[in-house]
Design a protein around this ligand. Structure first.
Ligand code: ATP
Ligand code: MG
Length: 368
């Protein structure tokens, strides 16, 4: 169910849109505002999933200005600009325009703008979150393992998947018995689903872990679509699938990123990290990801700012920072070597609290 806030100053148009929204079973109108200031208050109090804004708002603030303001205070809210055929508008997610609804519009156009899937479409139950970074050693594995564990501790069913087909790490950062089976033991195609439970390993707090191959030469046995398939099948049975992705943009990585519902881009306050992340974001844009799935920045080792700032990184990459994870060599290294997620072994540490706030942001996102 999408909770929608309408921002429209023309009463006839507001009434038309309200009637259309009333007919859409997957949408619920949580408010209708006429002016930008009351709309901003409603954003904070109602936390809508979607806002629909008239492009032609009368007064000092245009619909586009308002869209930018909403994007900056509530990056996860989907923003639809309402316009007329004479004033065409293109979606520009980086400017706060995720979709456009052209009046008078039909029910299908409205559902598309609201991102409501067509009836009868198979929707995996869970949300697939991919931890990605173009730079090796940024903290993808650390963040994936601890995020999966914390989501599980909050009561969700969670699968953690090693998306790294060659030299993956999950096997070594968790207490996985050496003979535990992996993704290469799954049959391809339809048989994959039935065999999935046989290769999953029950990890800390009951997360279901799907390991990558144990031998480097086995990586060649995995076709990219099978990797993405495994991930989607895990999402049919779990609320969250957290994937530890490789840095290199190979076919496997792209398949995993394509399937993702949310991409967590792990970045540090280092020039090389930001510059490579910018290149990755440009690639995502070329692939058409922007606007179709949230791409969220997680700054790891965020206390080493080296002249950079959260606002600066958000500006350079044009994406929101959803969490800053501080450096804690002792807690993180000990947790990896003891093969226990630090959110379990040191729940009160600053790194664990930061992971907790990351999980909070994602859970809030998912409600949308
Ligand atoms: N917040 C942190 N504080 C201290 N150490 C950290 C932190 N995050 C990661 N590390 C350390 O940095 C190293 C790299 O982390 P990790 O293995 O999670 O990165 P990765 O992106 O998965 O690397 P790879 O590209 O090799 O898969 C690890 O040794 C880990 O202990
Ligand atoms: Mg790793």
């Amino acid at each position: 169910m999408k909770r929608v806030l309408l921002i429209e100053d023309l009463p006839q148009v507001a009434q038309h849109l309200q009637q259309m929204l009333a007919r859409e079973k997957e949408a619920e109108l949580v408010g209708a505002e006429k002016d930008p200031d009351s709309a901003m208050t409603r954003i904070t109090t109602e936390k809508p999933d979607v806002v629909m804004i008239d492009a032609l708002l009368q007064g000092k603030v245009t619909g586009f200005d308002l869209a930018k303001r909403i994007r900056s205070v509530s990056p996860g809210t989907r923003i639809i600009i309402v316009t007329v055929p004479q004033r065409p508008v293109d979606p520009k997610p980086d400017q706060g325009v995720d979709a456009v609804f052209v009046l008078p519009g039909g029910a299908i156009e409205l559902a598309n703008a609201l991102a409501i899937p067509p009836k009868g479409a198979i929707r995996p139950k869970g949300k697939m979150i991919v931890c990605y970074s173009p730079k090796g050693g940024s903290g993808k594995t650390t963040i994936a393992v601890n995020l999966a564990t914390i989501l599980r501790r909050r009561g969700s069913s969670v699968a953690l998947m090693d998306g790294v087909m060659q030299f993956g790490s999950l096997r070594y950062v968790l207490q996985v018995p050496p003979s535990t089976r992996s993704i290469v033991d799954l049959p391809t195609g339809q048989g994959m689903k039935t065999s999935l439970s046989e290769v999953l390993w029950e990890g800390p707090s009951g997360i279901a872990v799907l390991l990558g191959p144990s031998r480097p030469e086995e990586a060649d046995l995995m076709a990219a679509p099978d990797v993405a398939n495994a991930m989607t099948m895990l999402a049919q049975d779990h609320d969250y699938v957290v994937v530890d992705a490789p840095s290199r943009l190979t076919d496997d990585t792209l398949a995993v990123l394509d399937a993702a519902d949310v991409i967590l881009l792990i970045v540090t306050y280092m020039q090389a990290s930001v510059a490579n992340t910018k290149a990755a974001v440009d690639t995502f844009e070329a692939l058409g990801y922007k606007g179709t799935k949230p791409i969220l920045l997680v700054v790891n080792q965020s206390d080493s700012m080296a002249g950079m700032s959260k606002g600066g990184i958000e500006h350079t990459l044009n994406l929101p920072v959803v969490a800053e994870i501080p450096t804690d060599w002792k807690t993180v290294a000990e947790s990896l070597n003891k093969q226990q997620p630090f959110v379990l072994s040191s729940p009160n540490s600053a790194v664990s609290k930061a992971m907790d706030s990351l999980a909070n942001s994602l859970v809030t996102q998912q409600r949308r």
